[in-house]
Design a protein around this ligand. Structure first.
Ligand code: FAD
Ligand code: GLY
Length: 364
């Protein structure tokens, strides 16, 4: 494509904004339309960069996640240099304690380092005495996802991307196999290329198999200045604790197939608190700061849908499920390479929507 062509991105979450920035830095004219920037799962997330702790099985998805994790420090440096705003990247590692020792440690592909009971209690003295051991993933990390979203948004705006917040795309208009515009609740927009990055809502605009998977979260405030304070992420069974540098600890998350039902529930919050206190008992005295929830965009195989769509000039970047924060830099590069140079890396090909049986067009 010529760099003066125009690109319209539907969705201003972490994926839409990351793609917008990459395309803009390569010289394109980019517009982002988003119903509600604050509704994005990017604000609700925990910010773990955790391909190993999340136990993603070996294969293209793990390759994609590991590559994206490796891109993170450079990507954050670039964002912070552009904006002067911190994005809270912290290479703190992730500790995954267990209450029962797995039957076979050697065959567990997650096992970067196994710590026995003595070693793990030494590593994190405030862990529950029920913990029998755990995995240590020194290369998994975290980013303060809200700070990241602010930094990304500022970089996108400063670089000259047009961001239209509060505008809902109600239909993709098309003639034959080309998208000719998008109809919003206010007007019609046209561009040469389009990207669908509407997260859990993507299925409203195209029959992609993407659905919401709700996650409830809460935050507590650890006393600051105490040596007890958590220094790495704890990733337990159906619970994780993500400490921020200011003493805030993010506790997550439920995983509920309840559609777009909003709100925190008593049962959701109880399950988070019970599991968190069991794993890290000192937390029971920490004041609760905040409760919130968000919608992960899940696909049938829990991997994203990237690249070609049924329309020649529409790219898909959706369905990042539990790992959209992690996958933002890699997704941005892959989609920009595809739109600019028609490049289809094996990672893109593996994540094409056609794996779910839809028809494909091979140009942009
Ligand atoms: P979103 O961030 O949801 O953004 C979609 C945007 O599109 C929204 O702003 C929405 O308003 C807009 N939109 C939707 N429909 C339309 C329309 N019709 N017209 C215009 N705009 C529209 N990932 C990690 O990597 N690490 C984590 O630790 C992590 N923890 C998580 C914890 C929770 C509780 C949740 C919910 C998610 C978590 N995730 C995590 C997943 C991550 O947040 C998502 O995968 C990621 O945010 C998806 O990004 P997205 O841009 O595709 O979608
Ligand atoms: N990746 C953590 C979550 O989705 O809850």
């Amino acid at each position: 494509m010529s760099t003066t062509e125009t690109i319209l991105i539907v969705g201003g979450g972490v994926i839409g904004l990351s793609i917008a920035l990459e395309l803009r830095l390569r010289g394109a004219e980019v517009t982002v339309l988003s119903r509600d920037l604050q509704q994005a799962a990017g604000y609700a997330a925990a910010g773990m960069l955790a391909p190993q702790a999340e136990a993603i099985p070996p294969g293209p998805m793990l390759d994609l996640c590991l590559w994206s994790r490796s891109l993170y420090p450079g990507w954050i440096n670039k964002l912070e240099a552009m904006t002067g705003l911190t994005a809270g990247y912290w290479g703190c590692g992730i500790l995954a304690p267990v209450y029962d020792i797995p039957p076979s440690l050697d065959s567990d592909s997650r096992a970067a380092y196994w710590l026995d009971r003595h070693a793990i209690q030494h590593h994190e003295p405030s862990l529950s005495s029920e913990v029998m051991g755990g995995y240590w993933f020194p290369d998994d990390a975290q980013v303060d996802n809200r700070a990241l979203m602010r930094s990304l948004f500022t970089a996108v705006q400063d670089s000259g991307v047009t961001v239209q917040d509060g505008e809902t795309v109600v239909a993709l208009l098309h003639q034959g196999d080309r998208v000719t515009g998008v109809q919003t609740d206010r007007s019609t927009w046209q561009a040469d290329h389009y990207v669908l990055a509407a997260g859990a809502w993507s299925g409203d605009l195209l029959p992609v198999p993407v659905h919401p998977r709700k996650g409830q979260m809460l935050a507590v405030q650890a006393p600051t200045g105490k040596t007890l304070s958590l220094k790495q992420v704890l990733f337990g069974s159906e619970i994780y604790l993500v400490p921020r540098r200011d003493g805030r600890i993010i506790v997550g998350a439920t995983s509920e197939a309840v559609g777009f039902t909003p709100g925190n529930t008593a049962a959701g919050v109880r399950s988070l608190l019970e599991r968190a206190i069991r794993l890290y008992p000192v937390l029971e005295t920490y004041p609760i700061q905040e409760l919130w929830w968000g919608f992960r965009p899940i696909t049938p195989d829990e991997a994203p849908i990237l690249g070609f769509s049924p329309y020649q000039n529409l790219a898909l970047a959706t369905g990042h499920y539990r790992n959209g924060i992690l996958l933002a830099p890699a997704t941005a590069l892959l989609i920009a390479d595809m739109i600019f140079a028609g490049k289809t890396s094996p990672l893109l090909a593996h994540h094409c929507h056609t794996r779910f049986g839809f028809k494909e067009h091979e140009s942009t």
